[in-house]
Design a protein around this ligand. Structure first.
Ligand SMILES: C[S@@+](CC[C@H](N)C(=O)[O-])C[C@H]1O[C@@H](n2cnc3c(N)ncnc32)[C@H](O)[C@@H]1O
Length: 189
């Protein structure tokens, strides 16, 4: 097992260190539901998870996976863009996870866009509790992916360091546009 883990694993490690049973969390890009299941396990039966996706097939896949793991009770599936996050979730979130780009095995013409991702990120940061984190796994290889990465990094770098800690984690020697991780921790309300 390598010591330097990939961005998705690093995101999960941070999330595990942040969430406890009874917490509230959001999967902003449900896709096939793996992150939703991961969050639902961590918050347990007394916690709450909201999972967003704009594709019905993604939410159907997510619902199936949750049912098979007996985790449906603590999850609300939201068929809506994550840019509407603030209309659907409660405050004091422990974690908001984004896994950007398109659905693997799905329609590659449907992918996250910088304008809506930025609105969602801003809303997520507002709804976080002190000590909560947002993780974004960013893919820059698809059309528009690089622009999304640049927009997110620019926005994140401008956040007040007294209120947020911002980390960008990426591999420097891998070919074919490997994903990177942007992680933001809320230090103060
Ligand atoms: C890379 S996939 C997510 C993979 C997922 N985390 C998993 O574990 O399978 C990205 C997902 O974002 C969704 N998406 C695209 N734009 C969105 C938006 N504005 N709001 C919410 N989801 C969106 C896509 O439909 C796609 O399912």
């Amino acid at each position: 097992m390598p010591v330097i883990c990939r961005p998705l694993e690093m995101a999960r490690t941070m999330v595990m260190n942040c969430l406890a049973s009874g917490d509230k969390a959001v999967d902003a890009t449900a896709g096939n539901g793996r992150d939703t299941v991961f969050l639902a396990r961590l918050v347990g039966a007394s916690g709450k998870v909201w999972a967003f996706d704009i594709q019905k097939c993604a939410l159907i896949n997510t619902a199936r996976l949750l049912e098979s793991e007996n985790l449906s009770n603590q999850v609300t599936l939201v068929e809506s863009g994550h840019e509407h996050l603030s209309h659907h979730v409660e405050d004091n979130l422990g974690v908001v996870m984004f896994n950007l780009g398109y659905l693997p095995g799905g329609d590659h013409s449907v992918f996250t866009r910088p304008s809506t991702t930025l609105i969602a990120l801003e809303a997520a940061l507002k709804s976080l509790r002190q000590g909560g984190i947002v993780t974004l796994v960013i893919y820059s290889g698809h059309p528009g992916g690089k622009e999304e990465e640049v927009a997110l990094l620019q926005y994140a770098a401008s956040l007040n360091q007294a209120k947020f800690t911002v980390l960008h984690y990426r591999m420097l020697n891998q070919v074919n546009n490997p994903p990177s991780l942007l992680a933001i921790e809320k230090l103060a309300l």
